[in-house]
Design a protein. Structure first.
Length: 90
């Protein structure tokens, strides 16, 4: 959403956008935590296995890639937070 569009919104609409922002932050946090858990479990199970084959570690690149993509997503919420702060709605 463009910053000019945010200034046109009412206070109630801005608070709705804030709720959506909080849900998306929660979703990203849970997703990164879940993928990190998969990654840690995979590495620990590989370290504790009797046969240390490196081919087993290649599927663990998938959670690493997904964590990178989730962490790198553009943060469009900064504009919304600025408008909320200007209107003292935080």
């Amino acid at each position: 959403m463009d910053k000019n569009d945010l200034y046109k919104l009412t206070d109630e609409a801005l608070l709705e956008q804030k709720k959506k922002m909080m849900k998306s932050k929660l979703w990203y946090s849970l997703s990164i935590g879940f993928l990190s858990g998969i990654l840690v479990f995979g590495v620990v199970s590989w370290l504790l296995s009797s046969e240390k084959r490196f081919g087993i570690l290649f599927p663990l690149l998938i959670p690493v890639f997904l964590i990178y993509k989730l962490a790198k997503t553009p943060n469009n919420n900064k504009e919304l937070e600025a408008v909320l702060k200007e209107r003292n709605l935080l």
